[in-house]
Design a protein around this ligand. Sequence first.
Ligand SMILES: C[S@@+](CC[C@H](N)C(=O)[O-])C[C@H]1O[C@@H](n2cnc3c(N)ncnc32)[C@H](O)[C@@H]1O
Length: 204
Amino acid sequence: MLKKQTSTLPRPRVRRHHFLAAWVRSPLKIGALLPSSRGLANAMAAEVDVKKPGVIIELGGGTGAVTHALLASGIPPERLVVIERDRKLHVILSSQFPGLNVLCADVIDLDKVLIGAGINRINAIVSSLPLLGMPKPVRLAVLHQMAAAVGHDTALIQFTYGPRSPVGRQHLRQYHLHGRRKKLVMGNLPPAHVWVYRKGQAVI
Ligand SMILES: C[S@@+](CC[C@H](N)C(=O)[O-])C[C@H]1O[C@@H](n2cnc3c(N)ncnc32)[C@H](O)[C@@H]1O
């Protein structure tokens, strides 16, 4: 059982330093210069309905801004799994959230990761992945994996800096997804939109 999760989060300046260092290592793979603001992280966490069953999967944990907000919103640590590909960020995340299931993996292998972790019921996928900055073949493979993991009761929560849905119409149709822009967080740098996608029905 995890205790006092929030107290392990380093100060914002330290987080920004780790984040910037990761961006310098591979800007396109990180996709942002700064970690998500508290406002954006909270807006994403607010879209998770913790009363519904299933595991919450966070994609692209980075330095833990969204992880922290998810835990602070009341999600029990044992129901949260975080996936981060960057090895250094994975080490930092794991040390910030001891006992939390933080996996060093690429979302391109999400199907195998979920099987390996014994996860079959997913409540929500909370993604900070830089979808629009990915090379097209990578973006398509990542989208395919995310869509395949979305069940009929799963919310796919994704933020984007652009004005449009980061999942285009063609892919919404292909994967039977409906998307809804839920919130614009002006206080984030840059301002970001939170989108929620669901399978088979319009999001109310
Ligand atoms: C824009 S940052 C967001 C970090 C953090 N969640 C936040 O909001 O501050 C995107 C994160 O996704 C990770 N990432 C990018 N592509 C990935 C992939 N294919 N699989 C796993 N993680 C990935 C990056 O390493 C980076 O930490």
